[in-house]
Design a protein around this ligand. Structure first.
Ligand SMILES: Cc1cc2nc3c(=O)[nH]c(=O)nc-3n(C[C@H](O)[C@H](O)[C@H](O)COP(=O)(O)OP(=O)(O)OC[C@H]3O[C@@H](n4cnc5c(N)ncnc54)[C@H](O)[C@@H]3O)c2cc1C
Ligand SMILES: NC(=O)C1=CN([C@@H]2O[C@H](COP(=O)(O)OP(=O)(O)OC[C@H]3O[C@@H](n4cnc5c(N)ncnc54)[C@H](O)[C@@H]3O)[C@@H](O)[C@H]2O)C=CC1
Length: 447
C-alpha cells in the first residue's frame, strides 16, 4: 500500500511514525511539506523570545533523516498544489519549480492551520508580525532586539497573545495588549478566572485594552509607527497579530465535507467523507467528550493523538480516537491557569444547561511553611440533567496543573459529581490538605 502525507508537522509526524513503526514492511510512505523545517514546538517561541530558555535549537524534536532511515521518502520545501481525488494523485511543486506527482492508496491530510490576518489598512507595513512558524518567531525575536523598538502592540489576548506579551515584557518592552473580548483567554476560562490573569498582566506592567478593535496600522516611510483602534490611537514600534488560527483545507474544499470553520469533517477514526482520505490535526475536526459532539480545537496535544489514530485507520486497523476535552494550560509570570472541557460561558454558548461550584483554599495545611503554600481557586462545571462533569478550571501560583488531567479523564468517562465527592484522594501535608479543595468543592456542590 502507498501512503502520502501532506504536512509534516506534529500531526503529520505522528501519522508517519505510526505507519513506519507498525506498517512499514512492504508499504510505501511519501511525506510532503512546503516548510523548510519540521517539528518546531511553537509553544517554545515565547519562552525563547522572552529569554526564559537560551535558544530555539531544542524546540525541534525530529529531522527528515529520521524518516528516511525508516524508509520514507520526505520532500520539504515542496508545496502540494492540487489533489485529484478521483485519480488518487497528489500534485506538488518543489522550491526550484520541479513538478511532482504522487499517486496514493491512502492520503493523510495534515495541512494544519494558519494565523487569521486582520485585513486592515496598513497591513503591508514593515514591523507587523504573525506568530505561527519558526521563521516568524525568529523575525519577532530580531524585531525586539532592534534599537528603537521599545513599544509593542499585541492584538489578541488568547494563548499566543498573552504568552508573547509576557515575552516582550520580559525583554523590557512597553506592551499594549488588545482583545475584542472584555478579558484575556476568553475562549478557555470564565471571567472569575481570566480576570486573575488580567490582574497578573497589569501587575507586571502590561497595558491591557479589552473590548477594543484595531482599525488601522499607522506608518511612516513604509514602517509601522502606530495602531488606531475604535477607542484611540497609540504610538507603537511593532505589532504582533495573535487573533486565532483558521484550518488549512483548500486542497479538499471542493471534494471533502467540511465543518463550519472550514476544517475537514472527520469521523472518530479521522476518516473524511472520502474513504481513502484521512485528515488530522489543526486542519480537521475532533470529537468533544464535553459537548458530546464534533468540535474544532487547534492544539499540538490533539494533533499528535489524531495523527496516531488516523494513521492506524488508514493502514486498516479500525480504532476510534478517545475524543478530546481541549485540556490546556498557561503559566505567565508564575501564575498558572489550567482548564479542560467547557467553561460556564462555553456551555451556555452550546445551549447545555449547567451548574457549577467554586471553591478556594490553600494547597497545603496552614502549619506548612508559608513560602511553600499558595491559594488555589477551582471551578467544576456539570450538567443540570444528570450532574455529568463537563468542565474544570484551576488558578494558582502553586503548580497544581497535574490535577486537570483527572478532570479530563472524568469528562472523557462521563463521570458524575456524586462519584467525585468521595473519590480516594490521598492526604500528605507535603502535597495537600486532609479536606482538599477537590473533595470540598464536590461535597459543597448543589448546597
Ligand atoms: C506560538 C504558538 C504556541 C503554541 N503553543 C501550544 C501549546 O503550548 N500547546 C499546544 O497543545 N499547542 C500549542 N500551539 C498549537 C500547535 O502548535 C498546533 O496545534 C499544532 O502545530 C498543530 O499541528 P499540525 O501538524 O496539525 O499543524 P501545523 O503545525 O500547522 O503543520 C501543518 C504543516 O502542513 C504544511 N502544509 C500545509 N499546507 C501544505 C501544502 N499545501 N503543501 C505542503 N505542506 C503544507 C505546513 O507547512 C505545516 O508544516 C501553539 C501554536 C503557536 C503558533
Ligand atoms: N498553552 C497552550 O495550550 C497554547 C495553545 N495555543 C493554541 O494555538 C491556537 C492559536 O492561539 P491564538 O492565536 O492565541 O488563538 P486564541 O483563539 O487562543 O486567541 C485569539 C484571541 O484573539 C481575540 N480576537 C479575535 N479577533 C480579534 C480582533 N479582531 N481584535 C482583537 N482581538 C481579537 C479573541 O478574542 C481571542 O482572545 C489556539 O488553538 C490555542 O489553543 C497557542 C499557544 C499556547
Amino acid at each position: 500500500m502507498k501512503f502520502v502525507i501532506v504536512g509534516t508537522n506534529h500531526a503529520g509526524i505522528a501519522a508517519a511514525n505510526t505507519i513506519l513503526d507498525n506498517y512499514g514492511e512492504g508499504n510505501e510512505l511519501v511525506m510532503l511539506d512546503r516548510n523548510s523545517n519540521l517539528s518546531y514546538l511553537g509553544c517554545g517561541t515565547a519562552l525563547w523570545v522572552g529569554r526564559q530558555i537560551d535558544g530555539y535549537e531544542g524546540l525541534f524534536y525530529t529531522k527528515p533523516e529520521d524518516f528516511e532511515a525508516k524508509g520514507a521518502k520526505i520532500s520539504l520545501e515542496t508545496n502540494v498544489e492540487k489533489v485529484d481525488f478521483d485519480k488518487k494523485v497528489v500534485y506538488a511543486k518543489t522550491k526550484d519549480g520541479q513538478k511532482i506527482e504522487e499517486s496514493y492508496d491512502k492520503l493523510i491530510l495534515a495541512e494544519g492551520s494558519a494565523p487569521i490576518a486582520p485585513n486592515l489598512p496598513g497591513k503591508d507595513l514593515d514591523g507587523i508580525h504573525f506568530l505561527k512558524l519558526f521563521q516568524e518567531g525568529q523575525a519577532v525575536d530580531q524585531e525586539l532586539s532592534k534599537e528603537g523598538v521599545d513599544t509593542v502592540a499585541v492584538i489578541g489576548a488568547g494563548y499566543i497573545g498573552v504568552e508573547i506579551a509576557e515575552a516582550a515584557r520580559r525583554r523590557g518592552k512597553n506592551v499594549l495588549l488588545f482583545d475584542a473580548e472584555d478579558t484575556c483567554l476568553a475562549s478557555y476560562y470564565d471571567k472569575e478566572f481570566s480576570q486573575l490573569m488580567d490582574e497578573n498582566l497589569k501587575e507586571n506592567g502590561i497595558e491591557t485594552h479589552y473590548g477594543e478593535f484595531a482599525q488601522e496600522y499607522l506608518g511612516e516611510n513604509g514602517r509601522v509607527t502606530g495602531l488606531k483602534t475604535d477607542k484611540g490611537q497609540y504610538e507603537v514600534d511593532t505589532v504582533i497579530n495573535c487573533i486565532g488560527f483558521r484550518p488549512n483545507s483548500n486542497l479538499g474544499e471542493d471534494h471533502l465535507e467540511r465543518f463550519g470553520n472550514g476544517a475537514y469533517l472527520v469521523n472518530r477514526g479521522f476518516q473524511t467523507s472520502d474513504p481513502d482520505v484521512y485528515a488530522v490535526g489543526d486542519c480537521a475536526t475532533n470529537y468533544s467528550n464535553a459537548l458530546q459532539d464534533t468540535t474544532y480545537i487547534a492544539l499540538a496535544s490533539n494533533a499528535v493523538r489524531a495523527g496516531i489514530v488516523g494513521a492506524h485507520n488508514a493502514a486498516g486497523t479500525a480504532i476510534d480516537g478517545a475524543g478530546v476535552q481541549g485540556s490546556n494550560g498557561i503559566e505567565i509570570f508564575d501564575l498558572k491557569l489550567v482548564s479542560t472541557g467547557l467553561s460556564v460561558k462555553a456551555a451556555k454558548k452550546a445551549d447545555i444547561p449547567v451548574k457549577f461550584v467554586d471553591y478556594e483554599d490553600l494547597q497545603l495545611p496552614g502549619f506548612m511553611p508559608e513560602e511553600k503554600n499558595e491559594k488555589v481557586k477551582i471551578r467544576i462545571v456539570y450538567t443540570e440533567e444528570g450532574n455529568r462533569i463537563v468542565g474544570a478550571q484551576l488558578a494558582s501560583h502553586y503548580d497544581m496543573h497535574q490535577l486537570i488531567h483527572m478532570f479530563s479523564l472524568a469528562i472523557q468517562e462521563g463521570l458524575t459529581m456524586d462519584k467525585l465527592q468521595l473519590l480516594d484522594i490521598f492526604f500528605l501535608p507535603h502535597y495537600n490538605q486532609p479536606y482538599n479543595y477537590v473533595t470540598m468543592a464536590a461535597l459543597s456542590a448543589d448546597k
